[in-house]
Design a protein around this ligand. Sequence first.
Ligand code: SF4
Ligand code: FES
Length: 305
Amino acid sequence: MAVFDPKVATRPPPRKVKVVIRKYNPETGKAWWQEHEIETYRGMTVLDALLKIKEEQDHTLTLRYSCRMAVCGSCGMTINGTPRLACQTQLAQVASNHNPVVRVEPMYNFKVVKDLLTDFTEFFEKHRKVKPYLIREDIEEQENPKLEYRLTPEEYEEFYQYSLCIACGLCVSACPIFASDTRFLGPQALAQAYRFVIDPRDEGYKVRLELVDSLDGVFGCHFAASCSAVCPKEVDPAAAIQRLRSLLLKYRLKLFRKKINGPVEPLREVKEKVPLPGDAQTLDGVDLEALENQPVVIPVEILSK
Ligand code: SF4
Ligand code: FES
């Protein structure tokens, strides 16, 4: 999985970095490498570097980004040969004084629209195919809910990791199977299929299991695990695919029994005072009694102890 090393990420990048960008003009069909030299600063990300180039050297440079904080999943690109989020990648992680060069290309396994901008149409078609939402048999109950579907913390924990996917496409870009077989659903869609199959609130597991039961589905995966190696959210799609395979075999053998949580009455607000657990711990000087009844301002001296 993509490991964030704070020691590497916080060191200063080389003072000057050469950024080599793969440009593509859809009007002429021409692709070429273009070099830019930029002055850097501590904390500069690859996205910052590209935006500086766009502002000062090449206004035509085309890329997609939005949140700048590894949440929206839109700035995926190939940086020094590895799929990464440009906003999450410090220049210091990919350039050194010994080799102050960064090569930036669009993500592999995606059609290029222009320069670093890739087309996600097929990606989202596959995502939609696995029905990445809760399916209930009682449509009326789902569309006009009077009750609620509840999860225990333990049930939530089972699929929490897989629900962290930001649909950035890095796993698909790294997948060697996807590179040679575009019918393959790919690691992102399969991981989302697994996430909903094991959700106890969902009743659509049969349709999803049947959908992934093919060479275009879970049996297309050769378990290279490069998807998990590049995932910025540690979703681990390779593990999800293996687990999905195992569920599928149980399902084929009629051994898969899924626990479904039925709708229950919503929790009601109680005005009673809820006691803190006996072993509750807090910082010295914080009054637990007061904490139960009103917001507490914690003095800075206590926090810095
Ligand atoms: S599984 Fe990870 S790499 Fe793949 S789309 Fe989701 S967040 Fe991105
Ligand atoms: S800009 Fe949103 S993930 Fe990078």
